[in-house]
Design a protein around this ligand. Structure first.
Ligand code: AMP
Length: 285
């Protein structure tokens, strides 16, 4: 595996593969790898000739009071994990390579970024503008055949799919299932912030999704009782959610009833960790 830090070197490394018509899979990450990241690397490895993993803690997607400085960083550890997944290129650009002096461009997706995490009382649409700008850049830098994202960040995945469609990005945007701890907690780099007692309570997020799913499985379709089942689990753990919402899984519009394509999304601050989770109710995962 080669570790590369400049766009020029990245392009030079990929040129022969591109000229030979080989497929290139890209997995964008902020590092601190866990099984969720590794599952995306495995998917990229299974479906492409060349696998590129980018590791960049993107300042543009962190808000003022957020955890940019505290965000866990360990390139040596991440590099060993990527090597273990047979990744070909680890792209670790310094911030100046991504945002050179005079950087003035922003890619924004309207509508989808106004709700859930994009609500201005929460992380705000600026968070997603930071994400879409850096992902657009990574797609241009690498020129992949496919790029891989996790369903764990369901809203982010939808926003990126919309951006790629709207901008005619010549890459497939692949979204893969959420990888969970044995007790159900969605894996996240931010779980490292949880104290033991908080870690125990944090499982309430996935339990809330399960409780709502059980309610749907029993035939309930109205939003309020389904949401009430989810809220009750969070309540039991003493967690006051930022939001628990049902939304259309394809365009995030509000829904009054659960149908085959309804996303239940939850977010909560637990100790120092901002946690999110989601489930497509009645769906495959
Ligand atoms: P991050 O490093 O947190 O920006 O995540 C990089 C990619 O991994 C994003 O596409 C995330 O959606 C994905 N990801 C993060 N956690 C998980 C998880 N538990 N399961 C599946 N994918 C995940």
């Amino acid at each position: 595996m080669n570790t590369i830090r400049s766009v020029a070197d990245l392009r030079a490394e990929l040129a022969p593969a591109r000229a030979a018509g080989r497929t290139i899979g890209l997995v964008p990450t902020m590092g601190s790898f866990h099984e969720g990241h590794l599952s995306l690397m495995r998917a990229a490895r299974a479906e492409n000739d060349v696998v590129v993993v980018s590791l960049f803690v993107n300042p543009a997607q962190f808000g003022p009071g957020e955890d940019l400085d505290a965000y866990p960083r360990d390139e040596a550890r991440d590099s060993a994990f990527a090597q273990g997944e047979d990744v070909d290129l680890l792209f670790v650009p310094p911030a100046g390579e991504v945002y050179p002096d005079g950087f003035s461009t922003q890619v924004t997706v309207r509508g989808l970024t106004d709700v859930l995490d994009g609500d201005r009382n929460r992380r705000g649409a600026a968070h997603f503008a930071g994400v879409t700008t850096v992902v657009a850049k990574l797609l241009n830098m690498v020129g992949p055949s496919a790029a891989y994202f996790g369903q764990k960040d369901a809203q982010q995945a939808l926003v990126i799919q919309r951006m790629a469609r709207d901008l005619d990005v010549p890459a497939r945007i692949e979204v893969r299932p959420t990888v969970r701890e044995p007790d159900g907690l969605a894996m996240s780099s931010r779980n490292a912030y949880l104290e033991p007692e908080e870690r125990e309570r944090a499982v309430a997020l996935s339990r809330a999704l399960e409780a709502a799913e059980s309610t749907v499985a029993c035939g309930e379709r109205a939003a309020e009782p389904v949401l009430a089942a989810a809220r009750a689990e969070l309540d039991r753990a003493g967690i006051a959610p930022e939001y628990v919402e049902l939304r259309c899984a394809t365009d995030l519009s509000a829904v009054e009833r659960v149908n085959g394509s309804t996303l239940l999304a939850v977010a909560a601050q637990v100790g120092r960790a901002h946690l999110i989770d989601n489930k497509v109710l009645g769906g495959p995962q």
